[in-house]
Design a protein around this ligand. Structure first.
Ligand code: 8DG
Length: 128
């Protein structure tokens, strides 16, 4: 299963994470917004679609920069970062969300595939 997700980064270097609804796989855990890539869909286009559906924001595909990928079978997740979008993110598909620096986000319970990707994001944002 190919999943795409976004690290939305605000002007203070904080990243948005959202809480998966109870009752879903990994319900209650904190995740990057995103979702499954549909058959034949370009991954960046899938992420633009998911961000519109989940957060009601407009993102241009060329504003998405790859951070890395990780696998926790059956999920392989591609993480992109994005610092430019139109609109104010709304938690349309989540139980809530928060903006925190990656070091603070590491304390939140999250699905296994997110752990190495959050660490990769922290390195990228630190410039290393
Ligand atoms: N969006 C997102 N999904 C993640 C993350 N980490 C992680 O393991 N996943 C998993 C949870 C889901 O199995 C899959 C994402 O698919 P989805 O969000 O479109 O699927 P869903 O569970 O909401 O919908 P469904 O399977 O009930 O149809 O990837 C993450 O950080 N962000």
């Amino acid at each position: 299963m190919l999943v795409v997700a976004a690290a939305l980064i605000d002007g203070e270097g904080r990243c948005l994470m959202q809480q998966r609804p109870q009752g879903k796989r990994h319900g209650g855990l904190w995740e990057f917004p995103g979702g499954k890539v549909e058959p034949g869909e370009h991954p960046a286009a899938a992420l633009v679609r998911e961000l519109a559906e989940e957060l009601a924001i407009d993102v241009a595909a060329d504003a998405l920069a790859p951070v890395g990928f990780a696998t926790d079978m059956p999920v392989t997740m591609l993480l992109y970062r994005c610092a430019v979008w139109r609109g104010t993110p709304q938690p349309l598909a989540a139980d809530g969300f928060c903006w925190e620096r990656p070091a603070a986000l590491a304390r939140l319970p999250m699905p296994p595939v997110d752990v190495p990707l959050l660490a990769a994001l922290a390195r990228v944002l630190a410039g290393g």
